[in-house]
Design a protein around this ligand. Sequence first.
Ligand code: C2E
Ligand code: CA
Ligand code: CA
Ligand code: CA
Length: 283
Amino acid sequence: AKRAGGARFVRFAAEMRERSARRTDIETDLRLALQADQLFVVYQPVVALRPDGGTDHSAGVEALVRWRHPVRGIVPPFEFIGVAEECGLIGPLGDFVLERACRDFVRWQHELGDLAPRLLAVNLSRAQLGQPNWAGTVARILAETGMAAERLQLEVTESLAAQDTDVQQRLHELKALGITLALDDFGTGYSSLASLHLLPVDTVKIDRSFVSQSETSHHHRVLIEATVKVAQSLGMSTVAEGIETDAQATVVRTLQCDKGQGYLYARPLPSDDLAAWLRQSSG
Ligand code: C2E
Ligand code: CA
Ligand code: CA
Ligand code: CA
């Protein structure tokens, strides 16, 4: 038994070494990626759910970062956002995403007119908020790209937004620019419905884990319904994330979610494909 334990430990140590080596690789490569233009942004449509069951129409998009690595191919964000946060690259990475997304959004307004998305959602991480005068950076990017502040929504997670007064102060500074805030992945963190009113958010995004179980689990339907009711009473709108089936869309529409997002409507798309999707889904 002792020997088996030893072997397990050796294997464990090797795994840890491998993991930290991979992390160092990612860190080195990510620094290059920012300079070498390997990062790009894809956009997932967010649709307005018609309560009467009529055709849902496009309401906005969420910007999601991608990395085209010369050897590894497309690297998904969960493999590098955490690393970027730890090694101090989330600042430049986040600014890159925000600026690119605002530029694309303004271009759609010119090229697509009435078909252009109404709202641009961009994810925000804790480390970005910690940067000195980040609200000033956002104001500069809005001015430089010609993006209207009221069209921009920054998405923050519960763990980020909860209780911390310094964070709340910074969120209020952002709101003072005229942008709106969404609470991302709602239901997965520690804050509860009871503390929603403490956060300066305009929109609540109900996590995919609730939506995906909404067909089979009464419990999850009840939680979605309660979230929508509390959000409504606080004047916040709701988005159901990760809708994959018609049945899920029907459930969240029946529970009066305002908007939906998920593979049922569209996967995250490169800018040009998004324009094509908007044209096609309107016609
Ligand atoms: P998120 O903000 O919750 O974004 C939604 C994620 O769910 C995206 O994964 C999206 O592709 C995926 N998704 C959307 N609809 C469906 C569906 O119907 N089914 C399933 N299975 N998945 C769906 P993605 O793009 O891999 O991003 C993962 C996470 O990485 C994001 O979760 C967000 O937390 C983070 N992230 C992505 N881009 C950025 C960024 O630019 N900045 C920061 N700070 N974080 C980012
Ligand atoms: Ca998000
Ligand atoms: Ca989310
Ligand atoms: Ca998520």
